[in-house]
Design a protein around this ligand. Structure first.
Ligand SMILES: [Zn+2]
Length: 305
């Protein structure tokens, strides 16, 4: 079954409710990537968070969460496009031991030098929109806390997030108070709605986010509320890497370089550094890289490629 993102609005239009649960996409993402449990949990929570935040960007492009760590994790990059294609990876430092109960702070910010960067990157640079980059203080024990502060301080949006992840699923719930109503009476109403919904959501347990389907989860929490539902959106894991792209890269390295790798190791083994997918080229595959395709015989003129 396809993973879906669901979005609702309270009947007074003051509060946005969003939920996501990923099973297939998360399994695909983990297919070629193996991390210690605490690292995988952190990555999964960031994946759900990225989907919840990317669904609100108002241009075609992507949201990137980049965490540069000073501890056992060197780098985490999570990218979610505005049409909810996601990819994510983590790079560990080989000389660091990963603590079994590693947390955001002990994995990424051991000396206070960790950095959390949010990038909003429009596809079309001609639209006049420059990529936006915000640095988020790594203050807080959880991904949810760090992102709640970021949304409040940088986006001026009161936001609450609940995130959970294990080796099968990752899921998240977001509540966001929408700006706009200035009349005192409607402010009272929206403050009341906000406080009621956040209190209801506080009862949420991580295993409910992971085990329940989204409709059941929303019903269990907010059955007394009138929520307007938007059309659900599919979420998929997608990395644009392919055997053709790797072949192009190997071709660009040049025959001498490839021959030297082949003589050393017998084959060329490349791992996509964004999804961990392995690509294997043996000696015959490599020879094929340097055969001129028919119709491109222009006597060594490289510009035809
Ligand atoms: Zn890839």
């Amino acid at each position: 079954m396809t993973d879906q993102f669901k979005k609702y609005l309270t009947s007074d239009h003051s509060t946005r409710v969003q939920a996501v649960k990923l099973t297939n996409a998360w399994q695909t993402g983990l297919a070629h990537q193996h991390f210690p449990a605490c690292v995988q949990k952190l990555l999964g929570e960031l994946v759900s968070a990225a989907v919840l935040l990317a669904s609100n960007i108002k241009f075609e492009g992507s949201l990137v969460l980049q965490l540069q760590g000073d501890g056992p994790i060197a780098l985490i990059v999570v990218e979610c496009t505005s049409d909810l294609s996601i990819r994510a990876t983590a790079t560990l430092r080989e000389d660091h031991k990963v603590p079994e109960d590693g947390t955001l702070q002990s994995l990424l910010n051991t000396r206070g030098e960790g950095r959390f960067i949010v990038v909003l990157d429009p596809n079309s640079k001609e639209s006049g929109m420059a990529p936006y980059q915000g640095v988020v203080p790594l203050e807080g024990d959880t991904v949810a806390q760090v992102l709640e502060s970021y949304m409040r301080d940088s986006e001026q949006l009161e936001t609450r997030l609940w995130l959970a992840s294990n080796n099968k699923h990752t899921g998240g719930l977001l509540l966001q108070r929408l700006p706009g109503q200035s009349a005192a009476e409607s402010l009272d109403v929206s403050a009341e709605t906000w406080s009621r919904l956040t209190q209801l959501a506080t009862t949420l347990k991580p295993n409910e986010l992971l085990e329940l389907d989204t409709d059941t989860l929303i019903h269990r929490l907010f059955w007394q509320e009138t929520l307007l539902a938007y059309e659900p959106q599919d979420v998929r894991w997608h990395c644009p890497c392919s055997r053709e792209r790797v072949a192009d890269m190997l071709h660009a390295l040049g025959r001498d370089e490839i021959d030297s790798i082949l003589s050393e190791r017998g084959n060329v083994h490349i791992v996509c550094n964004f999804c961990g997918k392995p690509y294997e080229f043996d000696a015959i595959d490599c020879a094929g890289l340097f055969i001129e395709p028919p119709g491109a015989m222009h006597g060594g003129d490289d510009s035809v490629h």
